[in-house]
Every structure is written in C-alpha cells, then in structure tokens.
Design a protein around this ligand. Structure first.
Ligand code: NAD
Ligand code: UDX
Length: 484
C-alpha cells in the first residue's frame, strides 16, 4: 500500500488558497490541508462565499473541498501529520526598525518556522512559497535545526508566479515551476518529492530545479523585470504625449521584436498590487546590504517612474479642469489594482483618489468587486512614508466620509459629474453607453482614461474632452499649462 502524501499549507491567502486548491484538484492521491491563524478566513474558505474573488476558483474549490482539500484552524495537528509543509504567509514591507520602508518583514515567516519546529514529530519538507529575501532559507534552516529535537528538515524554495485575476489559468498551465534545494542526497530527494506533486499536471520540461539561492532570487528578479517593463512603457507614454506619438502604436512596434515580445507593455496609471513595489524595495535593500548602491538605484528608479506616473495623472486631471477640482464631482470607474480581482493592495486608485481629495474633489467610486468598507479603509490608511515620497498623502477618515461616495453602477456614479476617471480596466467599461453618460454629466464633460480602455476619437465625437495615457493630446490640454 502506497502511503498518501499529506500536505499542509500555512497561510490561506491569495496564494495559499488557490495554489493548494489546484494541487488538490490535480492530485487526488494527495491530502491537502490549508491552515491559517485568521479563523474568519478559514470560515470563508469553508463557506459558499470564498474570501477572495478569482475567476474559476469557486469551481476548483467545490470539486475538491471535503474530498482531499480541507481548510482548518488546527495548525498544530495538521503540521504534525504533514510530509510537506508549504509556508505561504504574508511577507510585507517592514514599517519600523532596521530596513523600514524597504526590507521584507519576516515576522510571520519566523513564527511559522518556530511553530513547525515546535510541533513536528516526524521528518518534514518545508517549502518556501512566500516571496522572501535571498538567503531566507538559511535563516529558516537555522531555526528549524536548532529546535528540531532530532527531526530531519529539508528546506525547499518554490516561489509562486501566479498573477491575480488569472490565478487558476496560471496554476493550471504555468510557464515554469521553480524548485530550489540543497545539493545533498537528502536535498535532492526532497526536490524529487515536490517535483512528483507538480508532475501530476505540469510537463517535466517546465519544472526547473536550481540551488536555493537561485530560486529565491529568481522570484525577486522576475517581478523586478516585469515591473521594469511597465515603467519603461509608462516613461515612453509621457514622451508620447509631449510629441504626438501614440503609445499603443509604439508599444506594438517595439513588441514585434521577437527579443522583446508583445506582452505586458500596456501603458497605465502605474502598476499596483501587493507584489511589485514590495519585491523591488526588498531587492533594493538586499543590493544596498551587499554594497551595490548603483544596482539598488537602478531598480529604485522603476518605483520612482511609477510614482511619477500616478502623480502625472492627477496633475493632468486638475490642470485640465481649470486648475481646480474643489467641490466638483469626479466619477471613478474601478478601484481594484487590476481587472478580475477585488484586491486593492497598493492599487494606484488610492493615490489618485488621495491626490484629488487633497484638491477638495468629491469622488464617487464604482468597482464591480470592491466594497465601500474596503475603499474607506484604504483611503484613510496611513501609508508608511517610503523614501520615495509621493505627493499623494492619505485623507482623514472624516474627509473620506464627507467627500467620497460609493455607487453600485457606472451610470449613477457618473451622473452630474464633471469628469470621469477610469482607473481599472474592467471589461464592462469598454461597452458602457457613453452617450448616456455624457448626457447626464456637467459640461464641459471630461474623460481621463488611465487604462486605455475607451476609444478617444469616438468619445470626442460625442462631445467629451478626452485624455488617454500616452495618446495624442486633445487640443484642450495642449492649451493648458504644462504638467509638472
Ligand atoms: P495574504 O495576506 O493574502 O495571505 C497570507 C495569509 O497568511 C494570511 O491569511 C495570514 O493570516 C496568514 N498567516 C500569517 N502568519 C501565519 C502563521 N504563522 N500561520 C498560519 N497562517 C499565517 O498574502 P498572499 O497575497 O497570499 O501572499 C503570500 C506570499 O506569497 C507573500 O510572500 C507574497 O509576496 C507571495 N506572492 C503573492 C502573490 C500574489 O499575487 N498575491 C503572487 C506570488 C507570490
Ligand atoms: C505579479 C506578477 O505578474 C506575478 O507573476 C507574481 O507572482 C505576482 O506579481 P499581480 O501583481 O497579481 O502579479 O498582477 P500583474 O498582472 O502582474 O499586474 C500588476 C500591475 O501591473 C497591475 O496594477 C496591472 O494593472 C499593471 N500592469 C500590468 C500594467 O500597468 N501594464 C501591463 O502591461 C501589465
């Protein structure tokens, strides 16, 4: 009789939940238990209303839940029984102390490791799923070994490359799975065990094995490269506006070069999400700690351009509307950091809202997946002042209550508004009836498209004054004072 492999995953978040659900679906012979310290999250995973919105996730969870996929708060029991323990806890940017504003906060990671050492009674493979600084495996190894009571732990690095909004597709069909491990017989055996899990559905040539440090660094490097592409195209978008070039045409022409490739070249108000900024700051910190200030500065500039792009958008709105948005209703379409998710972590919408609120605008927000509560919390949140200050400060909770409303559809959000800003590229915004929207608005009526979802020419024919990132400027804006 072959023993069933048991997996326990610490952390039932955006990564732990979907990743384990897909492993359970694809590996009926593996038992998967996802545990978390937040019982509300676990309860939601066990309910009809999952804690995160992700296309296709409901079906995957329903198929395996109760069969070989379980969600539990009994962390000790399930670590105790597992052969493989994934650690997929959050690793945010430190907000206090040494490295504040840059370094990764490994508090959750360390307490997870100590818990594993405490309760383990049999040998375990411990898998780093969270994104962590290079060399974290070494620290974790030390904690485990010094507390091990004779138990054998093998540490693997298996970073996750899924993107939100497409998590299920990405997990079903990954470009690659990366597994880093020690170059010892026990290390190789552990790599092989994890490889066999993925080999249930991932072709063997897409499962890459490396040493631990390469796996850890590859994750930070991949996110830095991706974010750098967006900052590159966004930097070009500013030049397009100044010269009459069209950023979509430029990106298409550039992307036709097979060495560059066409994907991930959409100019925008700037990237958001819980990963890019955090992971680049982390990379910058590691470079500085390793005596590489030039390399650190190179990657830091990716974030600086992103901050510039967000404030440029706000400045463009205010300067176009006669240099004041005070008491004007501005409709904001979208709030999530990208389409097909309800996640608002580091969404550029927060900075754009705070910028407009600072200029005393009244904002009415519509996003198909983000709740009013979430929006109010995000806008009042005291963001840590990184060493790359944006000028877009948080708004007091009282001002948020007074100046911000949330709407349940795009038409009521835009009614009587002076301007519409599009900050998330939800598909439904492409098919809105802009004639109807125009008729309900104050005149002149403005559209500021931060995601290039509308056709500016069509909207101009209706009567709108249109700004689209990186597109030839409306005559109106050419006449306005230059944007700083
Ligand atoms: P998340 O905040 O959604 O989930 C983390 C969960 O871990 C939380 O529910 C928290 O309660 C739980 N937790 C914290 N300490 C714990 C402990 N000791 N025991 C059990 N549970 C604990 O975070 P996330 O977005 O899933 O990200 C997790 C990691 O994966 C991060 O390192 C992130 O950088 C990385 N990552 C995220 C993405 C993404 O798209 N979100 C993609 C790739 C990698
Ligand atoms: C990212 C990485 O893509 C993923 O591999 C990693 O595991 C986690 O971090 P995620 O942040 O979920 O995933 O979404 P992603 O699609 O990368 O988008 C990040 C931000 O960049 C979003 O705000 C998005 O709107 C923006 N973006 C993306 C652009 O502005 N232009 C583009 O061309 C692509």
């Amino acid at each position: 009789l072959v023993k069933m492999v048991k997996i326990c995953c610490l952390g039932a978040g955006y990564v732990g939940g979907p990743t384990m659900a897909v492993i359970a679906l694809k590996c009926p012979d593996v038992e998967v238990v996802v545990v978390d310290i937040t019982s509300a999250r676990i309860n939601a995973w066990n309910s009809e209303q999952l804690p995160i919105y992700e296309p296709g996730l409901d079906d995957v969870v329903k198929e395996s839940r109760g069969r070989n996929l379980f969600f539990s708060t009994d962390i000790e029991k399930h670590i105790g029984e597992a052969d493989i323990v994934f650690v997929s806890v959050n690793t945010p940017t430190k907000t206090q102390g040494l490295g504040a504003g840059k370094a990764a906060d490994l508090t959750y990671w360390e307490s997870a490791a100590r818990m594993i050492a405490d309760v383990a009674k049999s040998d375990k493979i411990v898998v780093e799923k969270s994104t962590v600084p290079v060399k974290t495996a070494e620290a974790i190894e030390k904690i485990l070994i010094h507390n091990s009571k004779g138990i054998n732990f093998q540490i693997l690095s298996n970073p996750e490359f899924l993107a939100e909004g497409t998590a299920i597709q990405d997990l079903f069909n990954p470009d690659r799975v990366l597994i880093g491990g020690r170059d010892t017989p026990e290390g190789k055996k552990a790599v092989q065990t994890l490889k066999e899990v993925y080999a249930h559905w991932v072709p063997e040539d897409r499962i890459l094995t490396t040493n631990l440090w390469s796996a850890e660094l590859s994750k930070l490097a991949a996110n830095a490269f991706l974010a750098q592409r967006i900052s590159s195209v966004n930097a070009i978008s500013a030049l397009c506006e100044a010269t009459g070039a069209n950023v979509s045409e430029v990106a298409y022409a550039v992307g036709k070069d097979a060495r560059i490739g066409p994907k991930f070249l959409n100019a925008s108000i700037g990237f958001g999400g819980s990963c890019f900024q955090k992971d680049i700051l982390n990379l910058v910190y590691i470079c500085e700690c390793n005596g590489l200030p030039e390399v650190a500065q190179y990657w830091k500039s990716v974030i600086q351009i992103n901050d510039y792009q967000k404030s440029r958008f706000v400045n463009r709105i205010v300067s176009s509307m006669f240099n004041t948005v005070a008491n004007k209703k501005i409709a904001m379409l979208g709030f999530a950091f990208k389409k097909d998710t309800g996640d608002t972590r580091e969404t550029p919408a927060i900075d754009v809202c705070n910028g407009l609120l600072g200029d005393k605008a009244n904002i009415c927000i519509y996003d198909p997946q983000v709740t009013q509560d979430q929006i109010e919390r995000d806008l009042a949140m005291n963001k840590f002042d990184w060493d790359h200050p944006t000028h877009l400060q948080p708004t007091s909770p009282m001002a948020v209550k007074k100046q911000v409303t949330v709407s349940s559809d795009a038409y009521s959000a835009t009614k009587d508004a002076h301007g519409v800003c599009i900050v998330t590229e939800w598909d439904e915004f492409k098919t809105l009836d802009f004639t109807r929207i125009y008729e309900g608005m104050q005149k002149p009526a403005f559209v500021f498209d931060g995601r290039n979802v509308v056709n500016p020419e069509k909207l101009r024919q209706i009567g709108f004054i249109v700004y689209s990132i990186g597109k030839p400027l409306d005559l109106w804006m050419k006449d306005m004072p230059a944007v700083a």
